[in-house]
Design a protein around this ligand. Structure first.
Ligand code: NAP
Length: 310
Protein backbone atom coordinates (compact mmCIF):
# COMPACT_ATOMS: atom_id res chain seq x y z
CA UNK A 1 0.00 0.00 0.00
CA UNK A 2 2.87 2.38 0.75
CA UNK A 3 3.41 2.92 -2.98
CA UNK A 4 0.04 4.64 -3.18
CA UNK A 5 0.61 6.92 -0.23
CA UNK A 6 1.33 10.53 -1.15
CA UNK A 7 3.85 12.55 0.84
CA UNK A 8 1.54 15.51 0.89
CA UNK A 9 -1.92 16.27 -0.42
CA UNK A 10 -2.94 19.92 -0.65
CA UNK A 11 -6.67 20.53 -0.45
CA UNK A 12 -7.78 23.81 -2.02
CA UNK A 13 -5.92 26.43 -4.00
CA UNK A 14 -5.52 30.21 -3.91
CA UNK A 15 -2.34 31.96 -2.79
CA UNK A 16 -1.98 29.68 0.26
CA UNK A 17 -2.39 26.37 -1.57
CA UNK A 18 -0.29 27.27 -4.59
CA UNK A 19 2.51 28.62 -2.40
CA UNK A 20 2.44 25.43 -0.32
CA UNK A 21 2.64 23.54 -3.64
CA UNK A 22 5.63 25.58 -4.85
CA UNK A 23 7.51 24.97 -1.62
CA UNK A 24 6.69 21.28 -1.24
CA UNK A 25 7.42 20.80 -4.94
CA UNK A 26 10.83 22.42 -4.59
CA UNK A 27 11.43 20.21 -1.54
CA UNK A 28 10.98 17.18 -3.86
CA UNK A 29 7.87 16.03 -2.05
CA UNK A 30 5.96 15.56 -5.32
CA UNK A 31 2.76 17.20 -3.97
CA UNK A 32 -0.70 16.30 -5.17
CA UNK A 33 -3.16 19.18 -5.15
CA UNK A 34 -6.93 19.10 -5.41
CA UNK A 35 -7.45 22.71 -6.40
CA UNK A 36 -11.24 22.38 -6.44
CA UNK A 37 -13.81 23.37 -9.03
CA UNK A 38 -13.59 26.94 -7.73
CA UNK A 39 -9.83 26.90 -8.29
CA UNK A 40 -7.88 29.98 -7.35
CA UNK A 41 -10.26 31.08 -4.62
CA UNK A 42 -11.39 34.61 -3.94
CA UNK A 43 -8.78 36.30 -6.14
CA UNK A 44 -10.56 34.80 -9.14
CA UNK A 45 -13.37 37.22 -8.31
CA UNK A 46 -11.10 40.25 -8.00
CA UNK A 47 -9.86 42.72 -10.57
CA UNK A 48 -6.69 44.63 -9.73
CA UNK A 49 -4.50 43.38 -6.92
CA UNK A 50 -2.53 46.48 -6.03
CA UNK A 51 -1.02 45.53 -2.70
CA UNK A 52 0.90 42.34 -3.46
CA UNK A 53 4.60 43.21 -3.26
CA UNK A 54 6.52 42.82 -6.50
CA UNK A 55 3.78 44.05 -8.85
CA UNK A 56 4.20 47.85 -8.92
CA UNK A 57 1.61 48.20 -11.69
CA UNK A 58 -0.78 45.76 -9.97
CA UNK A 59 -1.93 42.45 -11.39
CA UNK A 60 -5.37 41.05 -12.20
CA UNK A 61 -6.47 38.45 -9.62
CA UNK A 62 -7.13 35.61 -12.13
CA UNK A 63 -3.81 36.27 -13.95
CA UNK A 64 -2.04 36.12 -10.64
CA UNK A 65 -3.59 32.75 -9.78
CA UNK A 66 -2.68 31.34 -13.22
CA UNK A 67 0.93 32.37 -12.63
CA UNK A 68 1.03 30.77 -9.18
CA UNK A 69 -0.43 27.57 -10.60
CA UNK A 70 2.14 27.53 -13.41
CA UNK A 71 4.89 28.05 -10.86
CA UNK A 72 3.55 25.17 -8.73
CA UNK A 73 3.40 22.87 -11.77
CA UNK A 74 6.90 23.86 -12.82
CA UNK A 75 8.15 22.22 -9.63
CA UNK A 76 6.20 19.04 -10.15
CA UNK A 77 2.88 19.64 -8.40
CA UNK A 78 0.17 17.44 -9.88
CA UNK A 79 -2.91 19.62 -9.91
CA UNK A 80 -6.38 18.12 -10.21
CA UNK A 81 -9.37 20.41 -10.70
CA UNK A 82 -11.73 18.43 -8.48
CA UNK A 83 -13.30 18.86 -5.06
CA UNK A 84 -12.37 16.69 -2.12
CA UNK A 85 -15.66 15.16 -0.96
CA UNK A 86 -14.68 13.57 2.38
CA UNK A 87 -11.69 13.01 4.63
CA UNK A 88 -10.81 10.55 7.35
CA UNK A 89 -8.11 11.93 9.61
CA UNK A 90 -8.68 9.27 12.30
CA UNK A 91 -6.44 6.80 10.50
CA UNK A 92 -2.91 6.91 9.11
CA UNK A 93 -2.07 7.41 6.36
CA UNK A 94 -4.82 10.00 6.14
CA UNK A 95 -7.66 9.16 3.80
CA UNK A 96 -8.98 11.65 1.23
CA UNK A 97 -12.03 10.90 -0.89
CA UNK A 98 -12.43 12.66 -4.22
CA UNK A 99 -15.78 11.80 -5.70
CA UNK A 100 -15.48 7.97 -5.92
CA UNK A 101 -11.73 7.71 -5.61
CA UNK A 102 -9.69 7.28 -2.46
CA UNK A 103 -6.26 8.76 -1.89
CA UNK A 104 -3.87 8.35 1.03
CA UNK A 105 -1.32 10.81 2.35
CA UNK A 106 1.22 11.04 5.14
CA UNK A 107 0.54 14.75 5.47
CA UNK A 108 -2.21 17.12 4.40
CA UNK A 109 -2.21 20.86 3.89
CA UNK A 110 -5.66 22.42 4.09
CA UNK A 111 -6.08 25.66 2.14
CA UNK A 112 -9.78 25.66 1.34
CA UNK A 113 -10.19 29.37 2.05
CA UNK A 114 -13.42 31.13 2.82
CA UNK A 115 -16.65 31.91 0.93
CA UNK A 116 -18.73 35.08 0.71
CA UNK A 117 -21.49 35.41 3.30
CA UNK A 118 -25.04 36.36 2.40
CA UNK A 119 -27.53 38.48 4.33
CA UNK A 120 -29.87 35.54 4.81
CA UNK A 121 -33.09 36.72 3.16
CA UNK A 122 -35.34 34.42 1.16
CA UNK A 123 -35.64 37.18 -1.47
CA UNK A 124 -31.84 37.39 -1.70
CA UNK A 125 -31.62 33.74 -2.76
CA UNK A 126 -34.66 33.93 -5.03
CA UNK A 127 -33.27 36.95 -6.89
CA UNK A 128 -29.63 35.81 -6.92
CA UNK A 129 -28.45 36.25 -10.50
CA UNK A 130 -31.52 38.40 -11.21
CA UNK A 131 -30.20 41.59 -9.72
CA UNK A 132 -28.64 40.18 -6.54
CA UNK A 133 -24.94 39.31 -6.59
CA UNK A 134 -22.15 38.50 -4.14
CA UNK A 135 -19.49 39.36 -6.71
CA UNK A 136 -19.26 42.87 -8.12
CA UNK A 137 -16.32 41.99 -10.33
CA UNK A 138 -18.30 39.15 -11.91
CA UNK A 139 -21.61 40.94 -12.39
CA UNK A 140 -20.91 44.67 -12.31
CA UNK A 141 -20.93 45.02 -16.09
CA UNK A 142 -24.60 44.01 -16.20
CA UNK A 143 -25.49 47.26 -14.46
CA UNK A 144 -24.31 49.82 -16.98
CA UNK A 145 -26.13 53.13 -16.43
CA UNK A 146 -28.20 51.62 -13.60
CA UNK A 147 -28.49 52.35 -9.89
CA UNK A 148 -27.16 49.73 -7.51
CA UNK A 149 -26.44 49.32 -3.83
CA UNK A 150 -23.79 47.40 -1.97
CA UNK A 151 -24.17 46.09 1.56
CA UNK A 152 -21.20 46.21 3.94
CA UNK A 153 -18.73 48.58 5.53
CA UNK A 154 -15.44 46.72 5.06
CA UNK A 155 -12.67 46.93 2.48
CA UNK A 156 -14.50 44.54 0.16
CA UNK A 157 -17.60 46.75 0.09
CA UNK A 158 -15.48 49.87 -0.57
CA UNK A 159 -13.43 48.20 -3.28
CA UNK A 160 -16.53 46.84 -4.97
CA UNK A 161 -18.44 50.13 -4.66
CA UNK A 162 -15.63 51.89 -6.50
CA UNK A 163 -15.48 49.14 -9.10
CA UNK A 164 -19.24 49.34 -9.67
CA UNK A 165 -18.98 53.06 -10.53
CA UNK A 166 -17.27 51.99 -13.77
CA UNK A 167 -20.70 50.81 -14.88
CA UNK A 168 -23.48 52.12 -12.66
CA UNK A 169 -24.66 55.74 -12.58
CA UNK A 170 -25.04 55.64 -8.83
CA UNK A 171 -23.83 53.29 -6.10
CA UNK A 172 -25.30 53.38 -2.60
CA UNK A 173 -23.25 51.85 0.21
CA UNK A 174 -25.63 50.50 2.83
CA UNK A 175 -24.00 50.01 6.20
CA UNK A 176 -25.59 48.88 9.44
CA UNK A 177 -23.55 51.30 11.59
CA UNK A 178 -22.40 54.90 11.19
CA UNK A 179 -18.70 53.99 11.05
CA UNK A 180 -16.92 52.00 8.40
CA UNK A 181 -14.70 49.04 9.16
CA UNK A 182 -12.68 49.59 5.98
CA UNK A 183 -9.10 50.88 5.97
CA UNK A 184 -8.60 54.66 5.90
CA UNK A 185 -7.29 54.72 2.33
CA UNK A 186 -10.30 52.79 1.04
CA UNK A 187 -12.70 54.97 3.02
CA UNK A 188 -11.12 58.13 1.61
CA UNK A 189 -11.19 56.81 -1.94
CA UNK A 190 -14.84 55.79 -1.63
CA UNK A 191 -15.97 59.02 -0.02
CA UNK A 192 -14.23 61.04 -2.72
CA UNK A 193 -16.08 59.20 -5.49
CA UNK A 194 -18.97 61.44 -6.64
CA UNK A 195 -20.98 58.46 -7.88
CA UNK A 196 -21.06 56.87 -4.42
CA UNK A 197 -23.49 57.81 -1.62
CA UNK A 198 -23.67 56.30 1.86
CA UNK A 199 -26.80 55.15 3.64
CA UNK A 200 -25.82 54.80 7.30
CA UNK A 201 -27.39 52.80 10.13
CA UNK A 202 -29.41 50.72 7.71
CA UNK A 203 -30.03 47.10 6.85
CA UNK A 204 -31.91 45.56 3.95
CA UNK A 205 -35.04 44.00 5.38
CA UNK A 206 -36.39 42.80 2.04
CA UNK A 207 -35.39 42.77 -1.62
CA UNK A 208 -38.39 43.47 -3.78
CA UNK A 209 -39.09 42.34 -7.30
CA UNK A 210 -40.84 39.51 -9.04
CA UNK A 211 -38.49 38.26 -11.76
CA UNK A 212 -35.76 40.79 -11.09
CA UNK A 213 -34.80 43.29 -8.42
CA UNK A 214 -36.86 46.47 -8.51
CA UNK A 215 -36.48 47.92 -5.00
CA UNK A 216 -35.30 47.30 -1.45
CA UNK A 217 -36.94 47.84 1.89
CA UNK A 218 -34.49 49.36 4.32
CA UNK A 219 -34.73 49.31 8.09
CA UNK A 220 -33.02 51.96 10.16
CA UNK A 221 -30.98 50.17 12.83
CA UNK A 222 -31.34 53.09 15.27
CA UNK A 223 -35.03 53.99 15.17
CA UNK A 224 -36.50 50.94 13.40
CA UNK A 225 -38.12 53.01 10.63
CA UNK A 226 -38.53 51.34 7.26
CA UNK A 227 -38.33 52.94 3.83
CA UNK A 228 -38.54 51.63 0.29
CA UNK A 229 -36.11 52.64 -2.38
CA UNK A 230 -36.10 51.70 -6.06
CA UNK A 231 -32.89 49.97 -7.14
CA UNK A 232 -31.69 47.83 -10.06
CA UNK A 233 -29.07 45.74 -8.33
CA UNK A 234 -28.04 44.56 -4.85
CA UNK A 235 -24.44 43.56 -4.18
CA UNK A 236 -23.54 41.83 -0.95
CA UNK A 237 -20.04 42.29 0.52
CA UNK A 238 -20.37 41.43 4.20
CA UNK A 239 -17.44 39.14 4.76
CA UNK A 240 -16.76 35.46 4.48
CA UNK A 241 -17.25 32.08 6.04
CA UNK A 242 -14.33 29.62 6.29
CA UNK A 243 -14.71 26.43 4.24
CA UNK A 244 -14.19 23.90 7.01
CA UNK A 245 -17.31 21.71 6.92
CA UNK A 246 -15.27 18.77 5.57
CA UNK A 247 -12.99 18.80 8.58
CA UNK A 248 -15.30 19.58 11.48
CA UNK A 249 -15.40 15.98 12.78
CA UNK A 250 -11.62 15.92 13.15
CA UNK A 251 -10.22 19.40 13.67
CA UNK A 252 -10.89 22.13 16.21
CA UNK A 253 -12.32 25.39 14.98
CA UNK A 254 -13.20 28.67 16.63
CA UNK A 255 -16.84 29.64 17.07
CA UNK A 256 -17.05 30.99 13.50
CA UNK A 257 -15.49 27.86 12.00
CA UNK A 258 -11.88 28.94 11.36
CA UNK A 259 -9.39 26.11 11.92
CA UNK A 260 -7.30 26.44 15.04
CA UNK A 261 -3.53 26.16 14.77
CA UNK A 262 -0.73 25.92 17.28
CA UNK A 263 0.81 29.35 17.98
CA UNK A 264 2.36 30.94 14.91
CA UNK A 265 2.71 27.59 13.13
CA UNK A 266 0.36 25.93 10.66
CA UNK A 267 -0.06 22.84 12.88
CA UNK A 268 -3.57 21.69 13.67
CA UNK A 269 -4.09 19.45 16.68
CA UNK A 270 -3.48 16.37 14.49
CA UNK A 271 0.24 15.95 13.73
CA UNK A 272 0.65 15.85 9.95
CA UNK A 273 -2.40 18.02 9.18
CA UNK A 274 -1.57 21.66 8.47
CA UNK A 275 -3.70 24.71 7.72
CA UNK A 276 -2.82 27.63 5.45
CA UNK A 277 -4.56 30.82 4.36
CA UNK A 278 -8.01 32.18 5.06
CA UNK A 279 -9.29 28.84 6.33
CA UNK A 280 -7.45 29.53 9.60
CA UNK A 281 -7.07 33.31 9.49
CA UNK A 282 -9.95 35.48 10.68
CA UNK A 283 -7.64 38.47 11.16
CA UNK A 284 -5.41 39.35 8.18
CA UNK A 285 -7.01 37.52 5.21
CA UNK A 286 -4.75 39.01 2.58
CA UNK A 287 -3.21 37.32 -0.47
CA UNK A 288 0.25 38.02 0.91
CA UNK A 289 -0.49 36.62 4.38
CA UNK A 290 -2.16 33.58 2.80
CA UNK A 291 0.89 33.00 0.62
CA UNK A 292 3.14 33.39 3.67
CA UNK A 293 1.13 30.85 5.61
CA UNK A 294 1.25 28.46 2.63
CA UNK A 295 5.02 28.64 2.84
CA UNK A 296 4.86 27.98 6.58
CA UNK A 297 2.60 24.96 6.09
CA UNK A 298 4.94 23.54 3.45
CA UNK A 299 7.95 23.88 5.73
CA UNK A 300 6.00 22.40 8.67
CA UNK A 301 4.92 19.47 6.47
CA UNK A 302 8.46 18.93 5.21
CA UNK A 303 9.83 18.83 8.76
CA UNK A 304 7.04 16.56 9.89
CA UNK A 305 7.75 14.09 7.06
CA UNK A 306 11.45 14.24 7.86
CA UNK A 307 10.66 13.38 11.47
CA UNK A 308 8.81 10.28 10.18
CA UNK A 309 11.91 9.36 8.19
CA UNK A 310 10.30 9.99 4.77
P1 NAP B 1 -15.08 42.57 6.87
O1 NAP B 1 -13.89 43.41 7.06
O2 NAP B 1 -15.39 41.49 7.85
O3 NAP B 1 -16.34 43.54 6.75
C1 NAP B 1 -17.63 43.04 6.66
C2 NAP B 1 -18.60 44.21 6.68
O4 NAP B 1 -19.93 43.71 6.48
C3 NAP B 1 -18.58 44.94 8.01
O5 NAP B 1 -18.67 46.33 7.80
C4 NAP B 1 -19.83 44.41 8.70
O6 NAP B 1 -20.45 45.35 9.52
C5 NAP B 1 -20.76 44.10 7.56
N1 NAP B 1 -21.66 43.00 7.85
C6 NAP B 1 -21.34 41.74 8.31
N2 NAP B 1 -22.45 40.98 8.41
C7 NAP B 1 -23.49 41.75 8.02
C8 NAP B 1 -24.86 41.53 7.88
N3 NAP B 1 -25.42 40.33 8.17
N4 NAP B 1 -25.65 42.53 7.44
C9 NAP B 1 -25.10 43.74 7.12
N5 NAP B 1 -23.78 44.02 7.21
C10 NAP B 1 -22.98 43.03 7.65
O7 NAP B 1 -15.06 41.81 5.45
P2 NAP B 1 -14.41 42.27 4.07
O8 NAP B 1 -14.76 43.65 3.72
O9 NAP B 1 -14.80 41.18 3.13
O10 NAP B 1 -12.85 42.21 4.32
C11 NAP B 1 -12.25 40.99 4.79
C12 NAP B 1 -10.74 41.18 4.91
O11 NAP B 1 -10.16 41.33 3.62
C13 NAP B 1 -10.36 42.41 5.71
O12 NAP B 1 -9.21 42.12 6.47
C14 NAP B 1 -10.04 43.43 4.64
O13 NAP B 1 -9.12 44.40 5.07
C15 NAP B 1 -9.45 42.56 3.54
N6 NAP B 1 -9.65 43.18 2.23
C16 NAP B 1 -8.68 44.05 1.77
C17 NAP B 1 -8.82 44.68 0.55
C18 NAP B 1 -7.76 45.62 0.10
O14 NAP B 1 -6.88 45.95 0.86
N7 NAP B 1 -7.79 46.08 -1.14
C19 NAP B 1 -9.95 44.45 -0.25
C20 NAP B 1 -10.93 43.58 0.24
C21 NAP B 1 -10.76 42.96 1.48
P3 NAP B 1 -19.77 45.84 10.91
O15 NAP B 1 -18.67 46.77 10.48
O16 NAP B 1 -20.87 46.51 11.61
O17 NAP B 1 -19.29 44.59 11.58
Amino acid sequence: MSENVENVIIIGSGPAGYTAAIYTGRANLNPLMFEGYMAGGQLMLTTDVENYPGFPEGIMGPDFMMKLKEQAERFGTRVQTRDVTAVDFSQRPFKIEVENETYFANSVIISTGATAKLIGLESELRLMGHGVSACATCDGAFFRNKEVCIVGGGDSAMEEANFLTRFANKVYVIHRRDKLRASKIMQDRTMANPKIAFIWNSEIEEILGDKKVSAIRLKNTVNGETTEMPIDGVFVAIGHRPNTDLFKDYLETDEVGYLKVEGASSKTQIPGIFAAGDVHDPVYRQAITAAGSGCRAAIDAERYLESLGH
